[in-house]
Design a protein around this ligand. Structure first.
Ligand SMILES: Cc1cc2nc3c(=O)[nH]c(=O)nc-3n(C[C@H](O)[C@H](O)[C@H](O)COP(=O)(O)OP(=O)(O)OC[C@H]3O[C@@H](n4cnc5c(N)ncnc54)[C@H](O)[C@@H]3O)c2cc1C
Length: 414
């Protein structure tokens, strides 16, 4: 074994959490080593928000915390120390301007995740953080219940007074996040709460969905039915894919769907394509359209509600002939059509695996981490930051904020 230098802190993993932890830890002239298994930093950060990086959310702290599935109180401490305004001002000082879009989602004005990454890289350089890429940590060594250093897969040993585990979760493993942090934590006595997919697309049994592949619709209401009983509801955009459905509205209900499927329940998704109208208003709207366009075939109407490409399969679903004209439609047929528009029911086949998710549910048990400092309660000098901890939220910039906030807090306590 090759024993290398000794450091004040070693940070494992150069994602958002690790980079900001390293930067902050090095602020007081501390000697910091950032180890990353990839050959470049922030690989996952670059694909966030479709390459645009939904950095955070403009909502207040209570709304923010409500977006997390567990560990709300645990995160309160980190957010109290470094929240959205602090995060934005950190990047603004380096010349990045931000814009707030729908649902409070905050993006850099330039729509480039690369701009965010460049600031972090620049800060690491300014603070003289030593960066070692292409090196994967295998073990964290301890002596008398205190952190001693790390050993890499190429048998190099580095010594440090503090070690931060910021290795991410299990989603998109090609970005380098393959769950190493869970193993490192387990070996040191930490428990890992069950690892499950969250924010993942959903495969649907009904085959006709395939014909809708590539179509996306704004603001549909999706209701999750567990053995016929409503258990969740979300309003947002949907995308039809070759296997089923995705888009923010589906990602946000996927965790509930997964949990219900685990119980072997029948799970359905009821889609309302016209959530702005109540049943009566929808009735009036459809009747009026049918009246105005009485000679037209149904498939050539309602283009503002459903794209033409969807109509044929949609009418089949409603058990209606695509060539039926408006004036030929019976009351019964109109009722079926209206029901389809406001309550199209799809049967869930499965939720896609963690690797296809945006975030991992579960992780290092928050009960074993001091929420104020993010230091392990079991091993002195060991810290956790980011997705490796049992924290996960819905889409909207919440997860990156959690990674940056926890990274910042770790770094400040080294
Ligand atoms: C497609 C996609 C889009 C997303 N978009 C958004 C968004 O717009 N807004 C948002 O809030 N969230 C988004 N997320 C979630 C967000 O990316 C994560 O919450 C965030 O990256 C977690 O940061 P992290 O630093 O904890 O982990 P990661 O970003 O996963 O970084 C962990 C790093 O550790 C390295 N590593 C792992 N093991 C080792 C080891 N043994 N030794 C050395 N290095 C190691 C990895 O290579 C990796 O670089 C998105 C996720 C995905 C997959």
């Amino acid at each position: 074994m090759l024993t290398m230098q000794s450091y004040d802190a070693i940070i494992i993993g150069a994602g958002p959490a690790g980079m900001i932890a390293a930067m902050r830890a090095s602020e007081n002239n501390k000697k910091v080593l950032l180890i990353e298994r990839n050959h470049t930093l922030g690989v996952k950060l670059l694909i966030t928000g479709g390459g645009r990086c939904n950095l955070t959310n403009a909502s207040d702290i209570e709304d923010f915390l409500n977006k997390f599935s567990a560990s709300k109180d645990f995160l309160r401490n980190s957010f109290a120390q470094f929240f959205n305004t602090e995060l934005l001002s950190f990047f603004e000082k380096s010349g990045i301007a931000f814009k707030t879009e729908e649902n409070g989602c905050v993006f850099p004005v330039g729509d480039k995740a690369m701009d965010i990454l460049n600031v972090l890289k620049q800060k690491l350089q300014e603070n003289n953080v030593e960066i070692l890429t292409g090196e994967r940590v295998k073990n964290i060594t301890i002596k008398n219940k205190r952190v001693e250093g790390v050993i890499t897969f190429s048998n190099k040993q580095f010594l440090a007074k503090s070690v931060v585990v910021s290795t991410g979760g299990l989603s998109y493993p090609k970005t380098g996040s393959t769950g190493d942090g869970y193993e490192l934590a387990k070996k040191l006595g930490h428990t890992i709460t069950p690892l499950k997919p969250a924010l993942v697309p959903i495969a649907i049994k009904e085959k006709f969905i395939k014909d809708w592949q590539g179509i996306s619709l704004k603001k549909v209401l999706v209701t999750v039915l567990d053995n016929g009983k409503k258990v969740a509801e979300r309003l947002d955009d949907i995308i039809f894919t070759h296997f089923g459905i995705s888009g923010p509205v589906i990602l946000d209900v996927s965790a509930v769907v997964y949990d219900k499927l685990e119980l072997k329940n029948k799970v359905e998704l009821a889609i309302n394509f016209v959530p702005k109208l109540n049943q009566k208003e929808l009735d009036v709207f459809v009747l009026r359209e049918l009246k105005i366009n009485s000679a037209k075939t149904i498939k050539n109407m309602f283009k503002d509600v459903l794209p033409r490409k969807m109509m044929e399969q949609f009418l089949k679903y409603c058990n209606l002939s695509p060539d039926i004209t408006a004036h030929q439609m019976t009351t019964e047929e109109r009722k079926r059509f209206i029901k389809g528009l406001s309550n199209l029911c799809l049967t869930v086949e499965r939720v896609l695996p963690i690797k296809d998710g945006i975030i991992t549910r579960g992780g290092v048990n928050t009960k074993e981490i001091n929420p104020k400092t993010l230091e392990s309660k079991l091993v002195e000098g060991l810290f956790f930051a980011g997705e490796v901890i049992d924290i996960d939220a819905t889409t909207g910039g919440y997860n990156l904020q959690a990674a940056f906030s926890t990274g910042w807090v770790c770094g400040g306590n080294i």
